[in-house]
Design a protein around this ligand. Structure first.
Ligand SMILES: *[C@@H]1O[C@H](CO)[C@@H](O)[C@H](O)[C@H]1NC(C)=O
Ligand SMILES: *[C@@H]1O[C@H](CO)[C@@H](O)[C@H](O)[C@H]1NC(C)=O
Ligand SMILES: *[C@@H]1O[C@H](CO)[C@@H](O)[C@H](O)[C@H]1NC(C)=O
Ligand SMILES: *[C@@H]1O[C@H](CO)[C@@H](O)[C@H](O)[C@H]1NC(C)=O
Ligand SMILES: *[C@@H]1O[C@H](CO)[C@@H](O)[C@H](O)[C@H]1NC(C)=O
Ligand SMILES: *[C@@H]1O[C@H](CO)[C@@H](O)[C@H](O)[C@H]1NC(C)=O
Length: 931
């Protein structure tokens, strides 16, 4: 059975479907080109949506074979022609006709500008022959990749060579490959869109069955990356032109649609589109997307065979949607006047919906041995016949209008040297009154080619009629020559989307970090099926790359200095990083830096090397923190450091919809942590610090003044008392303000704040009471200075040493000459020694842990730590000196008993000033004794 020959037209059908997406403006209608050497024949033409075309020329050797080479002529929209030769050895037999067929093994496909896919077979060995796809850069002829697609099946003992490719009309999707496994079994594989290295892989595959080896089937690109597969079950009626159908035993014709999805193992359907029980029917069908209204159509060319060999011809149009539901079935036009059309209407006829309305019918007129094209209007009525060149008998030499295009492209071989291209414009029945070139979109914000402010934080799209939000993405790209930068991609399910009250406007809240590049061009890609029609739930077509484009304004940022920020790895990231050897950790960090620069995006030189900061145990579970210094720029047109830090924080926090989650490295960043600017205490708190410095200067002046007035007084208490009170206040502020930041530290910090206050207060009260009751002289003083005594008893709750003030004679003030007994002095000493252990040391430790457990550090903990350390050091030193003095005291007392009186008065002096600030005095004493 000559089944492969019969099906060969199916391949032509597929080839016609390829001519998709031309979206360019041509500067020519007819174009003529002279080759430099004779013998070239046009074999095939591809058209691309940027308006360029690729002509594949062959040089015939004999009736069945061409020379084994692929010569391409790239025709730019302005009429310039590039000569390109594909550099790849393809086995010779590919350049010969397939057995029983009119086409050769090799076929070209393309939907991504500048890329050609060449389908070929690698061998004629029945055991290993395979289909391959060669991806070629059409500008250079260089091979990008060469990928195995499938084995060539053996049917009836011979290789079938029946493979075919159909790229999706939407260039963001891949292509479908199918081939016959047997005469009735067809397998298909959906391959992903080739990446920039030309790599692609199968993402979905399955098989379907024909009822009869000669049954027609039809595959077309549908919305949202889907392919529609239309089959029928009418086994008795074949596509053959001269079938005798007179005695069907009540066959029922059923037409089915199955949607092949770009996801693993997903097909929808089959759904029944049409059925009829009319006997003696010959049906040829052709289905495709319809652009002006939502959905798809099939046109059935019905040929009822009536008695006495008469025929009745008519067309039926079925309109249906993604859900498989049929919207409309109608008798389509009355073309009886155009009998020549019906004579031609056969399995070789192609119906195509035009982007600007109407339908194109391409058929082969057997009588004239020529292809003919007629145009039908939206209602299926005849409008016009396109004027095609004569002798157009090879379908490869035609390119049907593509998606978003109304040009029909025809090539014509003039003579041995010269060929021609004609662009034939089809009539338009629908005009889209906007630049979106979309039947559904009315307007948008921002408008195409408008200029928007930086950090604009919403966009909106107004549709012609009410919509519901669906599941696919809206993606915002920054234009960047050949490598657009994807800035944000949000799925319809996201809460960033909302719609207007009348359901016609879709509003997307955009991250502040997205439109952050001054004087940059952005464009927005709307996937098919981001919205659905509100009434019918039919997904709507989106907007492809480089259509909805606009610019950002210029920018004059204020200068901002270098700044450091921190970021955290996620738990998995922490685990991963720890599992790396130091060498690979380094590589990881340097890749992370590169990827961060791409995500922001910013010149990589503005990011310093990433440095390990710490293992942050305050997070649960603990995570690794890193530091990154961002360098300032003098160029005020670039984003300043502050803005970069803010943007980076947003990008990381919203990583699910930003570049951060698209790189393997940056995806390991912790979204909760974001990017936190490191606090530079001296920068952030300069005013507070200046205040403190002024305070110290005032204290110094007071001290000098006091010393001038009464140099014998313990004037140093001016500092001690200030320090103690400040320490006290900071301890309390720390507990109130920061205590809860590190939960583990809260209870200890409360305990070691409250207990010392309580102890100090009790001891100070005991001391004062004891002095009052036991010492007459103190009582005398107390009677005169009750208020002061009371005040200092309370202040002693902060630090017992404050009590020394009472006897300090500071500045010679009479108030401060309370006669405190030796006994009380020693209570104070022991009390403050206890304080060292229950207050100063624990608080110091708490402060240290606080630093370790927190990332942002503010002024209170900073000052707390500072005063705690000063207090601790002075306290320890004073205790040490005290011990030294006691030691000398005992030795002297034993050797120089007569100096006792002098000594004791000295020692009480020393004890009163027990403090590191009294070091010079102590040293003086020490010297005096050693002399
Ligand atoms: C091609 O060659 C013919 C004569 O050989 C000449 O008349 C014609 O102008 C040439 N066309 C182009 C486009 O060069
Ligand atoms: C055509 O040429 C090819 C390659 O030279 C050869 O293998 C083949 O047999 C030829 N066919 C005919 C019909 O001459
Ligand atoms: C053709 O491809 C198949 C699958 O990759 C391989 O096994 C076979 O060896 C190839 N044949 C030739 C001649 O390269
Ligand atoms: C074809 O499909 C129709 C509709 O489902 C059904 O009624 C009919 O029986 C089928 N015919 C055959 C031959 O399977
Ligand atoms: C065909 O369509 C065009 C564009 O709508 C229209 O101007 C023209 O009148 C139509 N011709 C006929 C014969 O209907
Ligand atoms: C869309 O944005 C434009 C510009 O800001 C605004 O005037 C219009 O009201 C918005 N439409 C809706 C429905 O929010």
């Amino acid at each position: 059975m000559n089944w492969s020959g019969t099906n060969s037209f199916l391949y032509f059908v597929a080839i016609f479907m390829l001519f998709i997406n031309p979206f360019g403006v041509h500067s020519y209608n007819t174009f003529s080109y002279n080759e430099t050497e004779p013998g070239y024949q046009i074999y095939q033409i591809l058209t691309y949506r940027d308006g360029s075309s690729i002509v594949y020329l062959t040089k015939p050797l004999n009736e069945t074979c061409n020379e084994s080479r692929i010569d391409l002529r790239i025709i730019h929209p302005d009429g310039a022609v590039d000569v390109v030769v594909v550099n790849h050895p393809i086995p010779d037999f590919n350049f010969c006709l397939k057995p029983n067929d009119v086409s050769s093994h090799i076929t070209l496909f393309g939907n991504i500008p500048d890329i050609v896919i060449i389908l070929y077979e690698n061998s004629t060995d029945i055991n290993s022959a395979s289909f391959y796809a060669l991806l070629v850069n059409a500008r250079t002829g260089n091979v990008i990749s060469n990928t195995f697609l499938s084995r060539v099946s053996v049917i009836n003992g011979a290789l079938s060579s029946s493979g075919n490719i159909l790229p999706h009309t939407n260039e963001d999707h891949g292509f479908l490959f199918w081939s016959f496994l047997t005469e009735t079994d067809i397998s298909w594989i959906y391959f992903s869109k080739p990446d920039s290295d030309g790599n692609f892989k199968p993402i979905n595959n399955n098989q379907f069955k024909l009822s009869n080896p000669l049954d027609r089937f039809n595959i077309f690109p549908a919305i949202d990356g889907t392919f529609g597969l239309v089959t029928s079950n009418y086994t008795n009626v074949s596509n053959q032109l001269n079938v005798n159908l007179i005695d069907p035993t009540e066959p029922t014709f059923g037409l089915y649609i199955t949607f092949i999805k770009p996801n693993e193992n997903t097909v929808d359907g089959p759904f029944l589109l049409y059925q009829t029980e009319i006997p003696n029917l010959q049906i040829v069908f052709q289905c495709n997307s319809i652009y002006t209204t939502m959905g798809y159509f099939c046109i059935l060319n019905m040929k009822e065979i009536q008695p006495k060999g008469k025929f009745k011809n008519y067309l039926i149009k079925i309109t249906f949607q993604d859900s498989g539901s049929v919207v409309d079935t109608e008798k389509f036009s009355n073309l009886e006047l155009y009998t020549e059309l019906y004579k031609g209407l056969s399995e070789t006829t192609i119906f195509k919906s035009l982007y600007n309305g109407g339908f194109l019918v391409l058929f082969f007129n057997n009588l004239e041995n020529n292809f003919q094209v007629i145009i039908l209007d939206n209602n299926g009525f005849y409008n016009s016949t396109l004027d095609l060149p004569e002798n157009l008998n090879a379908p490869n030499r035609l390119a049907l209008p593509g998606f978003r295009d109304s040009n029909f492209v025809v090539t014509q071989q003039e003579n041995d040297y010269n060929w021609k291209i004609h662009l034939i414009e089809c009539p338009k029945f629908v005009y889209y009154g906007n630049d979106y070139d979309s039947p559904y979109i009315q307007t948008s914000y921002p408008l195409i080619n408008s200029i928007i402010q930086l950090s604009t934080n919403y966009i909106n799209i107004t549709y012609q009629s009410p919509i519901t939000i669906s599941t696919n993405n809206i993606s915002i790209y920054q234009y960047n020559d050949e490598n657009p930068i994807l800035r944000q991609s949000v799925p319809g399910s996201s809460s960033f989307f909302s719609h207007s009250a009348d359901n016609t406007t879709l509003i997307l809240n955009v991250l502040d970090s997205t439109f952050n590049q001054p004087n940059a061009m952005y464009y927005i890609v709307i996937d098919d099926n981001i919205v659905q029609d509100w009434r019918t739930n039919q997904p709507l077509l989106g907007i492809e790359s480089n259509i909805w484009k606009f610019n950002t304004t210029g920018n004059q940022d204020m200068f901002a200095e270098d700044a450091t920020g921190q970021f955290s790895l996620t738990t998995e990231g922490t685990k991963y990083y720890k599992s790396l050897s130091p060498y690979y950790q380094k590589i990881f960090l340097s890749q992370l830096r590169i990827d961060l620069a791409k995500s922001i995006p910013v010149d990589i030189n503005r990011l310093d090397n990433i440095k390990y900061y710490k293992y942050d145990e305050s997070q649960h579970p603990p995570k690794l923190l890193f530091k990154l210094l961002i360098k300032s720029t003098e160029n005020l047109n670039e984003r300043n450091v502050d803005r970069i830090i803010k943007d980076l924080d947003i990008l990381i926090k919203e990583k699910e919809i930003t570049q951060i989650s698209w790189f393997n490295t940056t995806n390991l960043l912790d979204a909760n942590f974001g990017f936190q600017k490191s606090r530079n205490v001296f920068d952030d708190y300069k005013f507070q610090l200046i205040g403190i410095a002024i305070g110290i200067i005032i204290l110094g002046i007071l001290y000098l003044y006091a010393k001038r007035r009464h140099s014998k007084g313990k004037n140093i208490v001016v500092f001690i008392i200030s320090l103690s009170i400040m320490d006290f206040i900071l301890d309390i502020l720390f507990v109130l303000n920061n205590g809860k930041n590190v939960p583990q530290l809260f209870i200890p910090s409360v305990i070691f704040c409250a207990i010392p206050i309580a102890t100090n207060s009790i001891i100070s009260m005991i001391i004062i009471l004891q002095e009052i009751t036991r010492h007459e002289r103190f009582y005398e003083w107390f009677k005169l200075n009750t208020n002061i005594a009371a005040l200092f008893t309370i202040l002693a709750g902060a630090d017992l040493e404050v009590l020394h003030t009472l006897s300090s004679q500071v500045a010679g003030i009479k108030l401060f000459n309370a006669p405190i007994s030796d006994e009380s002095q020693s209570y104070i000493f022991w009390g403050s020694l206890v304080g060292l252990f229950i207050e100063d040391i624990p608080q110091f430790i708490i402060q240290i842990f606080y630093v370790k457990f927190t990332v942002t550090y503010d002024i209170i903990p900073f000052l707390s730590l500072l005063t705690s350390s000063i207090v601790l050091i002075t306290n320890i030193l004073s205790k040490i000196y005290h011990v030294i003095i006691i030691y000398y005291h005992t030795r002297k007392r034993m050797s120089v008993m007569d100096q006792k009186v002098t000594f004791e008065s000295d020692i009480s002096d020393i004890e009163k000033g027990r403090n590191s600030l009294t070091v010079p005095q102590t040293a003086k004493i020490k010297n005096r004794y050693s002399v």
